[in-house]
Design a protein around this ligand. Sequence first.
Ligand code: SAM
Length: 261
Amino acid sequence: MRAPYSAYAGVYDRSGQTRFGEAMARITIEWLASQEFQPGSVLDLATGTGAAALAFAREGLVTTGLDRSPEMLAQAAEKARSEQLPITLFEADMRAFEIETPTELVTAFFDSVNYLISDQDLAACFRAVEQALTPGGWFVFDANTIERYRQAWNDSTEIAFQDDYTLVIYRSSFDPVTGVSPLLLTTFERIDPEGDLWRRWDETHIERGYPLAEIERLLAEAGLEQVSVEALNERAMTLEGPATERSARAVFFAQKPASPE
Ligand SMILES: C[S@@+](CC[C@H](N)C(=O)[O-])C[C@H]1O[C@@H](n2cnc3c(N)ncnc32)[C@H](O)[C@@H]1O
């Protein structure tokens, strides 16, 4: 069994996974503009191969990304190099990180916070975010709801991606008592382009769905004011109005209070 994202890192971009983060960067900038907030800097948590981080950097934001997977970070670094985008990337756990200079925006996209599978982990992440933000700064992230795991991940087998050289299979289940949803991700890659030799890798990815109210409570405990929770239409990549427990994915917009005058 391999560490999560160690083998999958090489397939992630090819299988179209960057579209989500790129769209979330656009949605975030547009939503913040509607609040008359234009961030000059961003820290993208669980940045992966840097989909959102690169999009932010292209918009001129001073951009930092962290992730715990060195393989995902290596992909992000290579892309930043080839586009000559000055992004700072570092390996860290989003439950325990520090940055030297506070940032005006922290983001975490594509169910990255669902990888935190206990209230304590989520609380630790939110506290670290609060510390990293400038007063008045924003934390924007999406989360799969319990409904998403119940409907789409329970007892599910899916061919997530295939081409002539690669086959990615997702097998997942869902425990309604704990909200935890383990996903076994199997990647086959053809070793000899002309022949029938394939290499197989297995990774276990564990996510958890939280009630929206639980996320709101933990944000408040960390000192972050939740301003809006929007349902995401994932086909159109647009916000659809207030999220409910029936939504598949919610986008949270939370703010660190500005310093008193
Ligand atoms: C679904 S990917 C999303 C990547 C990227 N945000 C995007 O939109 O494409 C989830 C990422 O979360 C990272 N991750 C999971 N748990 C983490 C943790 N505790 N600390 C830092 N990164 C973590 C994984 O390594 C992976 O890159």
